[in-house]
Ligand binder design. Structure first.
Ligand SMILES: [Zn+2]
Ligand SMILES: [Zn+2]
Length: 210
């Protein structure tokens, strides 16, 4: 049933109709694989780099993770609505890295999309500058064996994917799960993911930290 709804979503028409409703923001549709939700990333001026990074991590980094540590994301992805709206902001007033928006509190964009596409739509927001500043592993950059610039790039990708997937999307998929358990899972996932990205860059030293 999910699949049939998914196939019915007509992308160009959908984007055209949305464009009229969201002035001053751009929209980017990111398709996934199999049972993954379709992401509609909505970003303000200045948010293009973060949106591109999100798309890259969704389409390339996520599928490249196949070891048992990455297993939880399959369970999350299979429980999500057909479409998830991702509202990008540089920062939140409350300083949070992101939020999931419980049913009934979604933006007009998400509600409109649910009507136009005729399917279930979930919504989260992500604050990309706060995610960039997030330091779950303060010592990692010292031990990583890559340049500070490379480290900053890999950290941003790992942090963005962690907050997206194993935090806000996990809340959407499992609304009753405790914050502390979601937080532990996301911190572990970040450590694993950053280590994986560093290994792909050929950096040896990060394993010492785990
Ligand atoms: Zn908040
Ligand atoms: Zn949370």
């Amino acid at each position: 049933m999910r699949k049939r709804v998914y196939d019915r979503v007509h992308t160009p028409g959908l984007l055209r109709s949305l464009f009229e409703h969201v002035r001053g923001r751009e929209q980017m549709l990111v398709r996934g694989f199999g049972h993954w939700p379709l992401l509609l990333v909505s970003f303000p001026p200045g948010g293009r780099e973060a949106a591109d990074e999100l798309r890259e991590s969704w389409l390339h980094t996520l599928p490249s993770l196949q070891t048992p540590e990455a297993e939880p994301y399959h369970r999350i992805l299979s429980r999500l609505p057909v479409i998830v709206v991702v509202l990008l902001r540089s920062r939140n007033v409350c300083t949070c890295l992101g939020h999931h928006h419980p049913m009934g509190t979604e933006s007009r964009l998400a509600r409109r999309l649910a009507v136009d596409a005729g399917c279930e739509v979930g919504e989260i927001d992500l604050a990309w500058e706060s995610i960039r500043d997030w330091q779950p592993q303060p010592l990692a950059s010292l031990a990583s064996g890559v340049t500070p610039n490379s480290f900053a790039r890999l950290h941003f990708r790992a942090a963005l994917l962690t907050v997206l997937l194993l935090h806000e999307l996990e809340h959407l998929a499992f609304p009753d799960r405790e914050e502390s358990s979601v937080r532990n899972a996301s911190d572990e996932f970040y450590t694993y993911l950053l280590g994986d990205l560093l290994r792909q860059e050929g950096a040896p030293g990060f394993g010492m930290l785990r």
